[in-house]
Design a protein around this ligand. Structure first.
Ligand code: OAD
Length: 230
């Protein structure tokens, strides 16, 4: 089966009502990265960090997958699909995709702040100050902060290198090393980038301008019908 890598960022979930980071009205306009998404911020004021992710988690739980997530799941009818996502939400899972790699962690999981291998799925929307892991340290969101190791990079690089088609959706491609994965795609692969705003397009990618929930179902329909989307 032909392999497709779908590489997603916050923009794929925008039409599900989840804020992106760097657009107008995005999260990094409202909050300082160093306060809420860094080990130093956590050390300084864990309550602020927990509050930030508790809010995000509630928004994720209230959101539903949109037409883009659903179309991506349909690709599995004919292709070997790997979804590599920078998103911490579970909308690809709920839409039905079966192979999803979260390189920046998952908001519905908590982990120990002293042992990264102690991870569990949360059974409630919040993590509170004073909630401890089995080893007695404060629980934190299982999310990769700036300065921490991005996950599964070698495995993702292999998937990109084996892909005959790659579609990148809703990411500014500004956060490395994740953004660098697009460079692992073979030169002969069919490659697209979907975004409503003009942005720098990686070499060899074609720009499909528009919102994910409109453009992605079109691309998927074409691919399932054996046509090129443009
Ligand atoms: P950004 O906020 O940097 O970029 C979002 C992208 O989505 C932009 O290119 C938008 O133009 C595009 N976009 C907005 N609405 C869209 C829509 N309806 N359809 C398609 N595209 C749309 O988000 P990311 O690139 O995901 O990391 O950010 C990367 C990382 O930075 C995140 O994973 C997060 C953040 O800091 C961590 O928290 C570790």
């Amino acid at each position: 089966m032909e392999k497709i890598v779908v590489f997603t960022g916050a923009g794929v979930s925008a039409e599900s009502g989840l804020k992106t980071f760097r657009d107008m009205g995005g999260l990094w306009g409202e909050y300082a990265i160093e306060d809420v998404a860094s080990p130093a911020g956590w050390k300084r004021n864990p309550a602020v960090v927990l509050d930030f992710y508790n809010e995000r988690r509630k928004a994720v739980l209230a959101a539903r997958p949109n037409a883009a997530h659903e179309a991506i799941a349909r690709l599995e009818e004919q292709f070997d699909v790997v979804v590599v996502t920078q998103n911490v939400d579970d909308l690809h899972e709920r839409a039905g995709s079966s192979k999803i790699i979260h390189v920046h962690g998952e908001i519905l999981k908590a982990r120990s702040s002293i042992d990264a291998s102690l991870v569990h799925v949360l059974d409630k929307p919040t993590i509170e100050l004073g909630e401890l892991c089995g080893k007695g340290s404060q629980l934190r969101p299982d999310i990769v902060w700036f300065g921490e190791n991005v996950r599964h990079m070698d495995e993702c690089a292999e998937h990109f290198a084996e892909a005959s088609r790659v579609i990148t959706i809703g990411t500014s491609l500004t956060v490395y090393p994740a953004a660098g994965l697009v460079e692992k795609a073979p030169w002969r692969a069919e490659k697209y980038l979907v975004s409503p705003e003009p942005q720098e397009i990686p070499y060899g990618f074609k720009f499909l301008r528009g919102a994910a929930a409109t453009v992605v179902p079109h691309v998927v329909k074409c691919w399932l019908e054996g046509r090129k989307p443009v």
